[in-house]
Design a protein around this ligand. Sequence first.
Ligand SMILES: C[S@@+](CC[C@H](N)C(=O)[O-])C[C@H]1O[C@@H](n2cnc3c(N)ncnc32)[C@H](O)[C@@H]1O
Length: 474
Amino acid sequence: MIATPSRPPLVRFVALVEQRLGLHYEEGQWGELVTLLAERSASCGVDRYLEQLASQSSQAEWKALAERLTVGETYFLRHPTQLETLVDQVLPTFLRQTSTVRVLCAGCSTGEEPYSVALLARERGRVDSSRLRILGIDVNPRSIAHARRACYSPWSLRAVPSAMRQQWFQRTPEGFALQPQVRDQVIFEERNLLEEASAFWAPGSFHAILCRNVVLYFPQDVIRKIVARMAQALVPGGYLFMGPSETLRGISEDFELLRGGDAFYYRLKPPAPPTVSVPQAAPVATATPTATVAQRVATPAPMPPPPPAPDGLEGVLQLLEAERYTEAWALLESVPGNSSPKAQLLRAVLHLHAGRLSQAEQLGRQLVTASATEAPAYYLLGLCLEQSGDEAGARGRYAASVRAEPTFALAHLRAGSLARRAGDMVEARVALRMAVSLLPQEKPLHLSLFGGGFGRHGLMQVGLQELQACTEVP
Ligand SMILES: C[S@@+](CC[C@H](N)C(=O)[O-])C[C@H]1O[C@@H](n2cnc3c(N)ncnc32)[C@H](O)[C@@H]1O
């Protein structure tokens, strides 16, 4: 039996984790750390373990902790408007001045983000790939190993249009393997953003840095240090892309804020040439994979602060939509009556996003027995199976979801996509047509729980593209 550590060593452990990995835990979130500390120190005792952690010779243990504590949620073509801005506007501008452009993905997780840059550059045709260098870094060694393997589950590819999937990925028994010419274009390194490494952050090292959904849970002073390092490593007028819930307000004066469509991003001040030339007063386009960048503006705009989430389950839903999962989890745990079926459904979805498939499945199986949650619970079980690579099983769950609630547009959409992928074109067309016709009335709760950051409009585009892909096949 492993003893639970007392408060003083726990406080020290929390401080060390924050100091070394940047991860900040409020006291209400210490549960995970209590278990981890007890487990990791079981063989040598808590005091000795903490001494070792604080010493210089604890590299291996920090790697193990990074694997356990970091959240690696990511997928191909996440926040697509930012990626399009990068490959359509930012990189071509630099390529007019220099022979190669260098992009850093800081906190790249399992590689979907840097590979998305490589793929989009090829797809959009405005960047010569032989002149594009992409580097992905992450503190989690297991994520970096996965990134180098470049083989992905259908879940990782959920936002990739089917034509792109067919062109650039090959189906293998292990999953979807990225074509070697794209895979080899990205280099990966295991690296902690908090570590001093002056050679790595040398001035002018990168033209653009993506550091998206990484510093969300870092304390302000740590973010300040990291952003200063990135500013130093960028070429003059270089670009920084952060996640939609991350802001430089109060963090750095080195950047100006730009806006392209629904995407915000930063450029190093002063805005010396090279600059991005874009129309001055074009309308803001809605983010879809096919929207043209010429429709977008790049004028400085005030950064909207992350919206304060209201209390209660509504607040949890808003945080979920904004992909602020740790905050969503913390709020959910503090909401009174958080064992209601709706709260359990939210908990299951958060488990799924954190990759805890068995917990998500367990809750899903309980929730299918209540009529109020039957349809979304079947849908959730379908997502779990998709994530574990069982597409046939997932189709069965989506069918059950539709039987329980025939107007559930998202269930029709997933069922249709999987049917198309399995070659059942008649079934696919029927399901996708249902999805497209039902999406305008889809319940807001379903969109918040399962929309994956796509709004109603984005999902409609996905449905229409899938439908088109069905009709293109003889
Ligand atoms: C939520 S993922 C974001 C992945 C990708 N940037 C995206 O937006 O899809 C956050 C990643 O940041 C990494 N990370 C967290 N702390 C880090 C640190 N101190 N140094 C480097 N990477 C870190 C995690 O391991 C995780 O893979």
